[in-house]
Design a binder for this molecule. Structure first.
Ligand SMILES: C[S@@+](CC[C@H](N)C(=O)[O-])C[C@H]1O[C@@H](n2cnc3c(N)ncnc32)[C@H](O)[C@@H]1O
Length: 436
């Protein structure tokens, strides 16, 4: 985060007029800065946001007496980890089973470093002695790894499953194993576009070496973190933000979150490589039942089977505050798709997305204390070049759910750089502050 954006953030509540200034280089909504931070860096979750910025917001709210912080879309656990560091109580809700497990594993940083190292070294030794034989592996794994690498990865997986107990050390070792996959693959495996067999990486690491290096990194981070004040242990609930069922009524004095954007990013697909490796899915087709069906409907794959029900979704009573504008946008999207080869069901995606997010606002009203603050990091979107005013509609849904006020603080412009962008509609990203 740049010094200017820090200053802007700190003074936001006193100087609301600053909020209108665009910060073209602001990185607080990206995971980039976390790659240098202990524990946050254990798993690269591209959907994550900046821990340093989260910490600032929590510290700012602590001055007002805030002691309890919630993230209903906790992802890899940035907010709960920062809540611990700031010595306030933290809760996270995450519906993606694999991602929730990552976040929970990170919260095990308190366990004895020596137990963790001892367990991880046993896994490594077992894997080097008991190598798995040739076998048939899922196609995706075969596409991403040469045979020798694949056999070493599966030797580690087998060793871990044979030695695993329910100890924190075993869970940390599981996290280690899933976090090294992409650095061991010689092909393009970036999360946003994650398998590009024709793209070659310059640096590829051997799985045994990557496992050992990761262990040393994690042990070092645990030692550093354990030397600082612990703070109350945060919790991750593997459940749905549309309900927040395990979060007590009025619990959250501060909510900080970055929800899925209505931008067709498929969170289920983002972890397909890791889930395939650990045997939770066999193919792309399994993602719908194993992951997607639990998530907010923010990608067209998710809603393709219900595209005929768009009108009924728009009639959902929770959408009343934005219904006429939403109906208009969806009608334009439905018409526009006829001019595009892919015929994407963006009209259904947008309707279903706001119907889901309206429920999130209702759930948040229940679990947020009176006078509490909610900060959503949000971006607007324009599928097929048709503008969707996400922050304003969220604000209207929040008021309808019972919050008192909202305002939007823009932090950066989007869709202004790339020559080959799909449309020219200027987009932005920022923070929606809701109070009530
Ligand atoms: C933008 S990411 C949040 C990342 C997080 N801020 C971090 O730093 O790692 C949005 C998250 O919402 C999760 N999600 C989607 N639908 C959900 C739902 N219905 N309930 C809870 N979590 C959900 C996704 O799996 C994803 O991890």
């Amino acid at each position: 985060m740049s010094p200017r954006s820090q200053a802007e953030q700190l003074s936001f509540f006193e100087e609301a007029d600053q909020a209108a200034k665009p910060l073209l280089t602001d990185t607080s909504s990206t995971f980039q800065d976390n790659l240098a931070l202990p524990i946050h860096r254990w798993f690269r979750y591209s959907a994550g946001f900046s821990a340093a910025w989260v910490r600032q917001v929590i510290e700012q709210e602590k001055v007002r007496g805030c002691k309890q912080v919630l993230d209903p879309f906790a992802g890899s656990g940035t907010v709960p980890l920062e809540a611990e560091l700031a010595a306030v109580r933290g809760l996270g809700v995450e519906a993606h089973p694999f991602v929730a497990r990552i976040a929970r594993a990170k919260l095990e940083w308190r366990s004895p470093v020596s137990d963790f190292k001892e367990f991880a070294l046993r896994v490594l030794e077992h894997a080097s002695v008991h190598r798995v034989e040739e076998g048939k592996y899922p196609k995706l794994m075969e596409q991403c790894f040469p045979r020798g690498t694949l056999l070493r990865l599966y030797s580690l997986r087998t060793a871990l499953s044979e030695l695993a107990d329910s100890s924190p050390a075993a869970e940390l070792s599981w996290l280690m194993l899933v976090s090294i996959l992409r650095q061991c693959s010689p092909v393009g495996t970036a999360q946003w576009q994650y398998v590009l067999p024709s793209k070659k990486k310059v640096k590829v690491v051997d799985p045994f070496r990557a496992f050992e290096e990761k262990m040393l990194q994690m042990a070092q981070d645990m030692t550093v973190r354990q030397s600082l004040p612990g703070g109350p242990k945060a919790k991750i609930f593997h459940e749905d933000a549309r309900k927040c069922s395990s979060v007590p009524f009025g619990w959250a004095q501060l909510v900080i979150t970055s929800p899925p954007y209505a931008n067709n990013f498929d969170y289920a697909d983002a972890t397909r490589l890791e889930m395939t490796f650990i045997g939770e899915i066999n193919s792309w087709g399994d993602l719908q039942n194993s992951v997607r069906k639990y998530l907010v409907r923010s990608c067209s794959q998710h809603v393709a089977p219900i595209s005929g029900q768009t009108k009924e979704i728009i009639e959902d009573p929770v959408l009343l505050p934005i219904r006429s504008e939403l109906a208009d946008v969806c009608a334009r999207l439905e018409e526009e798709r006829e001019h595009h080869g892919g015929k994407k069901t963006y009209h259904t995606m947008v309707a279903a997305y706001f119907s889901d997010m309206a429920r999130v606002w209702t759930a948040l009203r229940r679990v947020t204390a009176g006078g509490g603050r909610v900060c959503f990091v949000v971006g607007d979107s324009a599928p097929y070049g048709i503008y969707v005013p996400v922050d304003r509609w969220f604000g209207d849904l929040a008021l309808a759910a019972g919050f008192r006020t909202y305002r939007f603080e823009k932090t950066r412009d989007r869709n202004v750089k790339w020559k080959n962008r799909k449309h020219r509609v200027p987009l932005h990203e920022g923070r929606l502050w809701v109070e009530g």
